[in-house]
Design a protein around this ligand. Structure first.
Ligand code: HEC
Ligand code: HEC
Ligand code: HEC
Length: 433
C-alpha cells in the first residue's frame, strides 16, 4: 500500500515537474501592430540597415530559388530534417508587417517569434543576439521598407519530436550565450569592429566552427573548421593550411571579390557570403579581415604573415600524373585543360593556379568534388569567375578519376582514399532537398 502511494506520489510529482518545465518554456505573444508606413523611416537608417543586412546574408537564406527577395521558402537541410525560411517582408498576414520593433528584437536576440513560439537555431540568432540596439533598429527599418509579398513557406519536415518547438527552450538554456558583445581593451578599434561584425551579424562561425551533436557550435573549437551544405568550411584559425599566406589586404580583397590568386575562389556556400560583402564599404570588410587574420596568427606564422611561402610555388607534375592516372588525365585534357591547362588564356590572368587552392591541398576531397559537380555559378551583379557544372556530364567514377589526377598533378600531398564513395556522398549532401 505504502509502496503504491509512493509510486502514485512520485508519478504526480513527475507530471507536475513536467508541467512546470513546460510552463517555463512558454513565452508571451506580443501585440500585432498596423504595418508602419514606409515614410516613417528615415533614409539614412534604411541605408545603414541595407549594409548590415548584406553583412548578415539575410537575403541569402530568406529568398527561395527564383523567388521574391525576403519572401522566404528556401529549404535548409539539417541533420534533423528540412526547415524552410520564413517570409520577412512587411506583409501583414504572412510576413512580419505586424511585428513591432520590440518583437523583431526579441526574435533576433532570443529566437522567439511575435506569437511567442521558439525559432530553430538554423536562423543564426545565436550570433545576432550580439548585435547592438541601434543596428537592430536599422535592420528593422530596412526590412519594413521592402516590398510586401504575400507568401507562406512550406511546412517544416523535421524528425520527431523536434517539430515540437518548446524543446528549444532547453537548447537555448544550454547553448545560447546571452552575454552582450564586449570589446577587448587591448585591441584596436578596427579589430573590435571586426570582432563585432564576425561574431554578430557575419555569423562566420556558424559554418567555420565544428558543431556538436545538438547542432550547436563547439565553443572550445571556434573557427577550427566546419561543414556547410556538403562543403568543408576551412579553419579560420592558425590551423588553416594557408594561414600564413592570408594578409589583411588579401583577405579583404577575397571577401569582396570572391577570388584570391594564392587561395582560389570562394565556391559553394562561401560564394553568396562574398557576394553580400561586395556591396559593403571596404572599411567594414577590412575590419573583418583584421580580426580574422589575428585569429590565424600563431607565434611562428605571425612574422611571415602575408608573405608568399616556399609552399606557394606552383607545382605541376603533369608527366608523372599522366603516367599514373591515365583515365583522369584524359578527362582533364578533354574537359578541363581549355581553362586549367598550362598556357590556357585563363591562367595568364593573375588567376590562382590549381596548385595553390586550399581545396586541393585539404585533408578531405569534399570541396574539390563539389566544385567539379556544381561548378562556380553566376551570382547576380558580381563579376567573378565562372565554371560549368559537371554533375550531369560525368559519372561518379569519372569524377573520382579526375579528382585523383588533380591531387597528384597539382599537390605533393598523399592520395585521397575512397574517392568513389566520397563522390557518391558529395552528390547526396550537396543535392538541394
Ligand atoms: C542561415 C540562414 C538564415 C540567415 C542568414 C537569416 N535567417 Fe532569418 N530565419 C531563418 C530560418 C530557417 C527561419 C525560420 C526558423 C523557424 O522556422 O523556426 C528564420 C526566421 C527569421 C525570423 C522570424 C520570422 C517569423 O515569421 O517567425 C526573422 C524576423 C528573421 N529570420 C530575420 C532575419 C534577418 C533580419 C536576417 C539577417 C540579419 C536573417 N533572418 C538571416 C534562416 C536565416
Ligand atoms: C554558409 C556558410 C559560410 C559562412 C556563413 C561563411 N563561410 Fe567562409 N567559407 C565557407 C566555405 C564552404 C568555404 C570553402 C569555399 C571553397 O572551397 O571555395 C569558405 C571559405 C572561406 C575562406 C577561404 C579559406 C581558405 O583558406 O581557402 C575564408 C577566408 C572565409 N571563408 C572567411 C569567412 C568569413 C570572414 C565569414 C564571415 C564574414 C565567412 N567565411 C562566412 C562557408 C561559409
Ligand atoms: C570554362 C572554364 C572552366 C572549365 C572548363 C573548368 N573550370 Fe575549373 N575553374 C574555372 C574557374 C574560372 C575557376 C575559379 C578559379 C579561377 O578563376 O582561376 C575554377 C576553379 C576550379 C577549381 C578550384 C576551386 C577552388 O576552390 O579554388 C578546381 C578544383 C577546378 N576548377 C577543377 C576543374 C575540373 C576538374 C574541370 C574539368 C572537369 C574544370 N575545373 C573545368 C573555370 C573552368
Amino acid at each position: 500500500m505504502r509502496f503504491r502511494t509512493c509510486l502514485l506520489g512520485g508519478a504526480a510529482l513527475a507530471i507536475l515537474g513536467a508541467c512546470g518545465a513546460y510552463a517555463l518554456t512558454l513565452r508571451s505573444s506580443m501585440a500585432a501592430i498596423t504595418p508602419p508606413s514606409q515614410a516613417s523611416f528615415d533614409k539614412v537608417t534604411v541605408e545603414k540597415g541595407a549594409i548590415l543586412a548584406a553583412i548578415a546574408d539575410c537575403t541569402v537564406c530568406h529568398t527561395a530559388p527564383g523567388g521574391e527577395p525576403f519572401a522566404g521558402g528556401l529549404p535548409l537541410k539539417t541533420p534533423f530534417g528540412t526547415l524552410y525560411s520564413t517570409n520577412i517582408t512587411p506583409e501583414e498576414t504572412t510576413g512580419v508587417g505586424s511585428w513591432s520593433l520590440e518583437a523583431f528584437k526579441r526574435a533576433m536576440r532570443e529566437g522567439v517569434d511575435r506569437q511567442g513560439d521558439y525559432l530553430y537555431p538554423a536562423f543564426p540568432y545565436t550570433h545576432y543576439n550580439h548585435v547592438a540596439d541601434d543596428d537592430l533598429a536599422a535592420l528593422y527599418a530596412f526590412l519594413m521598407t521592402r516590398r510586401p509579398v504575400k507568401a507562406t513557406p512550406p511546412p517544416n519536415d523535421l524528425i520527431p519530436p523536434l517539430g515540437f518547438r518548446p524543446l528549444l527552450a532547453g537548447w537555448n538554456l544550454l547553448f545560447l550565450d546571452e552575454a552582450p558583445f564586449a570589446p577587448a581593451e587591448d585591441q584596436s578599434a578596427e579589430w573590435n569592429r571586426g570582432a563585432y561584425l564576425v561574431e554578430g551579424l557575419g555569423h562566420c562561425g556558424l559554418c567555420h566552427t565544428p558543431l556538436n551533436l545538438a547542432g550547436a557550435e563547439k565553443t572550445s573549437k571556434t573557427f577550427a573548421g566546419g561543414v556547410a551544405e556538403g562543403w568543408t568550411a576551412p579553419p579560420l584559425d592558425a590551423s588553416n593550411p594557408n594561414a600564413a599566406r592570408w594578409s589583411v589586404d588579401r583577405l579583404t580583397a577575397y571577401l569582396r571579390s570572391g577570388l584570391d590568386a594564392e587561395h582560389g575562389v570562394a565556391a559553394g556556400p562561401m560564394g553568396p557570403v562574398t557576394h553580400g560583402l561586395s556591396t559593403v564599404p571596404e572599411g567594414e570588410v577590412r575590419a573583418i579581415a583584421v580580426y580574422i587574420t589575428s585569429k590565424m596568427e600563431t607565434g611562428e606564422s605571425a612574422q611571415q604573415h602575408g608573405e608568399s611561402l616556399p609552399a606557394a610555388k606552383p607545382l605541376d607534375n603533369a608527366e608523372e600524373a599522366a603516367a599514373t592516372h591515365q583515365a583522369g588525365a584524359a578527362i582533364f585534357a578533354g574537359a578541363c585543360a581549355g581553362c586549367h591547362g598550362t598556357g590556357a588564356p585563363m591562367s595568364s590572368d593573375g588567376r590562382p593556379s590549381l596548385a595553390l587552392t586550399t581545396d586541393l591541398a585539404a585533408d578531405d576531397p569534399r570541396n574539390t568534388i563539389q566544385t567539379i559537380l556544381q561548378g562556380i555559378p553566376e551570382l547576380a551583379g558580381q563579376k567573378r569567375p565562372l565554371m560549368p557544372s559537371f554533375a550531369g556530364v560525368f559519372s561518379d567514377r569519372d569524377v573520382a578519376e579526375v579528382t585523383a589526377y588533380l591531387r597528384v598533378r597539382f599537390t605533393d600531398q598523399p592520395a585521397w582514399p575512397n574517392l568513389h564513395d566520397a563522390v557518391v556522398e558529395a552528390r547526396n549532401e550537396g543535392e538541394k532537398p
